[in-house]
Design a protein around this ligand. Structure first.
Ligand code: PFF
Length: 454
């Protein structure tokens, strides 16, 4: 019985498509990671290199994923099976499903922390804490056995409820609501930050290019960050684009999503660095910037608990629109390939990812001594997905599109069966055939042999 038990849902509007795809792209990667990575790697110099990669490689890879998904009209695995029947290219899609599973397991753990920090801000729990207290409390919280897991599960259930409601009534409806909220909150915090006395130095730190800090590693780092931030290489955008209408202009959608993602990453820097400088804090505080440094800064600001709560709500919203896209990859795969209802698929996916997620969370506490290949479970999931599966997925996707899928099929998708002009097509083909594979292979080799970029 080859029929699909549930009829295929799709997006109902152009804004819905942009909100969902940009929602996937904009996440912890933009707000938590981008600012400190840029800060440590030459500020404006890193920004220029990053934007160059987003345009030169990110956009063409995104267009490739869109073309595969919309042509295939199926989950990441099924879309490859449809375009290249009888071949093993569908393993790229399968790898994407595995990557989504792994990323969601550790990402939901950090996403859960944002909920704890919203509550802490609202209930004035940070009041009067010194930076050392804040650090101790953060470490105490993430290493405790129950609380982080409870928040992680809350986050997973929230994600699952939205995914369960379907593409139009769940994903589209909520991302259309959440993305404008996110933009509003980030602009509010940017205004607060740049109007602090002494904040200008923070802007200089972020925007003034310091090319002396740029090394080969910075360049690869910028490309790796572009991939993660744009949600490329793992089938999230293949899955989403399988719900796009045949009228959607894939190239302009890719450009719009890439611009939105980059603008939010830059705004995140504008929100964070002026505040960091205004209070004379060392900017290169790494990953703890968000959970230790920023609460300390909020404490010194008038209305700090309010702005703190706003900041962690922003972070939670950004994470939620990304976890939705990660869960959808797995749910679409389960429901279409195992031919089960969306309900059952959502339940199985959420439960199994949560089990793995609990182990990821516990690796900051009770399981911190438990390591595989010298890495905690959290780090191993992060490393395998972000440094191996995403770049490998991206490499195989461009090889597939550039060399195997057939120019005709791809051109048909990019031009909507000849209705749109695609003056860029020759440049696109050359990028996916030559430039992108070489650049992505470089990050992959670097990641595997030199221990990763993260
Ligand atoms: N792009 C998201 C971020 O920057 O936080 C992370 C992510 C979401 C990666 C979805 C991959 C993905 F499929």
């Amino acid at each position: 019985m080859p029929t699909n038990p549930t009829p295929r849902d799709n997006f109902g509007s152009k804004f819905g498509i942009i909100a969902a795809a940009a929602g996937s792209a904009v996440g912890l990667g933009n707000i938590w990671k981008f600012p400190y990575v840029a800060g440590e790697n030459g500020g404006g110099a890193f920004l220029l290199i990053y934007l160059f990669f987003v345009l030169l490689i990110g956009v063409p890879v995104m267009m490739s994923e869109f073309a595969i998904g919309r042509k295939g009209q199926k989950n990441a695995y099924g879309s490859f099976s449809l375009i290249a029947p009888g071949t093993r290219w569908n393993l790229i899609g399968f790898m994407g499903v595995v990557a989504a599973f792994f990323i969601l397991a550790f990402y939901s753990s950090v996403a859960g922390w944002t909920l704890e920090y919203i509550i802490s801000s609202v209930s004035h729990r940070f009041a009067g804490q010194s930076p050392a207290d804040l650090e101790r409390n953060f470490i105490g919280f993430i290493s405790s056995p129950l609380k982080p897991i409870a928040w992680q599960l809350v986050f997973m259930v929230l994600t699952a409820l939205i995914v369960l409601a379907g593409v139009k009534k769940g994903i589209e409806k909520y991302t259309k609501l959440l993305m404008p909220v996110l933009l509003f909150l980030i602009i509010l915090l940017c205004i607060r930050s740049v109007t602090l006395e002494g904040g200008k130095d923070g802007l200089a730190f972020l925007f003034k290019p310091d090319f002396s800090k740029v090394t080969g590693k910075t360049i690869l780092f910028a490309l790796g960050q572009a991939f993660f931030s744009l949600s490329l290489g793992m089938g999230a955008l293949i899955t989403y684009s399988s719900y796009f209408s045949k009228k959607e202009n894939l190239a302009s959608t890719a450009v719009e999503v890439a611009i939105s993602d980059s603008v939010i990453a830059i705004l995140a820097g504008v929100m964070i660095f002026p505040a960091v400088f205004a209070f004379g804090i060392e900017p290169g505080s790494g990953p703890s910037l968000v959970f230790i440094t920023l609460p300390g800064i909020f404490q010194q600001m008038p209305g700090g608990d309010f702005f703190g709560a706003v900041f962690f709500i922003l972070l939670a919203v950004a994470a939620l629109t990304s976890t939705i896209s990660l869960l959808e990859v797995v749910v679409a795969f389960f429901s279409e390939e195992l031919k089960i209802s969306r309900r059952k698929a959502t339940f199985i996916a959420t439960a199994s990812i949560s089990v793995l997620g609990v182990f990821a969370s516990l690796s900051f506490g009770p399981l911190d001594k438990f390591t595989i290949f010298g890495k905690s479970i959290f780090d191993l999931l992060d490393y395998t997905a972000s440094n191996v599966l995403l770049p490998l997925g991206g490499l195989l996707i461009v090889l597939f599109v550039g060399w195997f899928a057939g120019k005709k099929i791809i051109k048909q998708e990019l031009t909507n069966e000849g209705e749109l002009r695609a003056k860029y097509f020759l440049a696109f083909v050359n990028i996916v055939k030559f430039v992108a594979p070489v650049a992505i292979a470089a990050i992959l080799i670097y990641s595997i042999f030199w221990g990763g970029l993260g």
